[in-house]
Design a protein around this ligand. Structure first.
Ligand SMILES: [Zn+2]
Ligand SMILES: [Zn+2]
Length: 493
């Protein structure tokens, strides 16, 4: 349900608003009819330019693969029935490539509406490379210029120059070199520098992987090339390019009529959420494009879900009251325009006054709500601050208490250590003394034993000497006897 309806209490205001937004009042340029779409597509470039030269790389690449597809697709379809696995794997690639462009190239890099984990960034950069829409640098660079100078000559894909210009022709013209100042925040990142520098090889490599993947799933190398690579590239390209062309021509403009961007549900389906381009050009810093809960914007759901599991953070969102105020301002602007057109048929002053009054009262209510919401936010912030301060104080106190306890424990420990050291030293001393005493006793005992031994030796010596003397005497006596002398004469025969 459109929640804005509860505020539009003035019936006259509501009727006029409905009229101002109806195709009857607005003319055919923004109604969702088939004829209008065909008209837009048949529009030639509104302003032919002469001062440009062709970008031959893009001409040959884009022209070449379109031509190849036109030739190979009928040949393939004539000889083979397209298998379910071929359709599913190609649809899978198409989804991954478009999500990478929507979530990565557009909302993450060109507008920095959220931040994400490096693994998710690598995933988005890889599938963005498979999507073959140039490096992140060149894409974000051109897109930032598009937002800054929308619908002017400086806008690279300026929609007023016609459907074909904004859809594809702008890419065939030589573009000025990248100005690093426009993408200063991205320029300093080495991984993005690498992707930019080696984009051609990375793009070929990534598409070879995609081809091999479809080939492995389907077992059909030729089909994988024609459907999985060429047709998928064609579908991804044109779906994205529709945002530069049709999303500036075909749809509604609820948020602003100051630029050509429109909201278009069908384009949202084709690009996973980029079709709410009128909202996006009005609030480009929002990570959502389909800002209402019921609007088809899978990219916003994926980003939100990633934030819930901690893989995305710093999601930027425009305050809902600011959005509503913008809606009222756009309605008012539109109704004033319609009244101007109806001047000759109605009482302009009375209608002017009614619109002014209704719009002013709505704006006033919204301002009041915004002030209240701001106050609430401020209070919330203050409360958070107080809680944070109280927490910091508590933490400080706890830290001081912990330090004090630690200090006491350390003192007790030191004291205990000192006591233990003293006991240890005393014990060592006692042991040393005991050792000394024992040594002394052993030395004394040894000396005594040595003395005893000496005595014994002396005694033995004395005994031996005495015995020797006795023997000597005995020998002498024997030698002195006559029998002994005779015995010493030699016997002859
Ligand atoms: Zn745009
Ligand atoms: Zn954008």
């Amino acid at each position: 349900m459109d929640r804005r309806t509860d505020w539009f209490t003035d019936p006259a205001y509501r009727i006029l608003r409905a009229y101002a937004r109806s195709p009857v009042a607005r003319g055919p340029q923004v109604s969702l009819t088939r004829q209008n779409a065909l008209d837009f597509m048949s529009q030639a470039s509104a302003r032919p330019e002469r001062s440009w030269s062709l970008d031959w790389t893009n001409v040959l690449f884009l022209g070449g693969y379109h031509l190849l597809l036109i030739v190979l697709l009928p040949i393939y379809l004539a000889q083979t029935d397209v298998s379910a696995s071929m359709i599913l794997s190609t649809a899978g690639l198409w989804t991954l490539c478009l999500l990478a462009i929507t979530m990565g190239y557009h909302r993450l890099y060109a507008h920095v509406t959220y931040k994400t984990h490096p693994v998710i960034e690598a995933f988005l950069a890889f599938w963005g490379t498979v999507a073959t829409q140039g490096s992140i640098f060149s894409w974000a660079h051109d897109h930032r210029i598009h937002h800054r100078h929308v619908d002017t000559d400086l806008d690279p894909y300026s929609a007023p120059k016609g459907f074909w210009h904004s859809h594809v022709l702008w890419m065939l013209k030589k573009r000025p070199e990248i100005n690093p100042r426009i993408i200063q925040d991205l320029w300093k990142r080495p991984s993005l520098q690498f992707q930019h520098k080696h984009f051609a090889s990375l793009m070929v490599g990534a598409n070879l992987i995609a081809w091999a993947g479809v080939w492995a799933i389907t077992g059909d190398p030729f089909g994988a090339l024609v459907i999985g690579v060429l047709l998928r590239m064609f579908l991804v390209h044109h779906c994205t390019w529709f945002i530069n062309s049709l999303a500036h021509m075909w749809g509604s403009q609820p948020y602003s009529t100051e630029h050509t961007a429109v909201n278009n549900f069908i384009l949202s389906i084709l690009t996973f959420g980029e079709g709410y381009h009128n909202y996006h050009h009005t609030f480009a810093g929002d990570y959502r494009n389909g800002v209402r809960w019921w609007q088809f914007d899978p990219a916003k759901i994926v980003i939100w879900s990633l934030s819930k599991i901690g893989l995305a953070y710093d999601l930027k969102k425009v305050n809902h009251l600011t959005i509503k105020r913008r809606l009222v301002a756009a309605d008012r602007h539109l109704m004033m325009e319609r009244i101007e057109e109806l001047k000759h048929r109605i009482d302009v002053d009375a209608w002017n006054q009614r619109v002014e009054e209704a719009a002013s009262s709505l704006t006033e209510n919204l301002n009041g709500l915004k002030t209240a919401s701001d106050k609430l936010q401020r209070l919330k912030k203050e409360t958070f601050q107080q809680v944070r301060t109280a927490k910091a104080v508590k933490v400080g106190e706890m830290r001081a208490a912990r330090d004090e306890t630690l200090k006491q424990m350390r003192a007790v420990r030191d004291e205990k250590m000192a006591e233990m050291r003293t006991v240890r030293d005393e014990t060592i001393q006692q042991m040393r003394d005991a050792g000394q005493e024992t040594l002394q006793q052993m030395r004394q005992r040894r000396n005594e034993e040595l003395e005893l031994l000496q005595q014994r030796i002396d005694e033995l010596k004395a005994t031996v000497s005495e015995e020797m003397e006795a023997w000597k005497e005995m020998v002498h006596l024997v030698l002195e006897t006559p029998e002994s002398r005779l015995a010493m004469v030699p016997v002859t025969t």
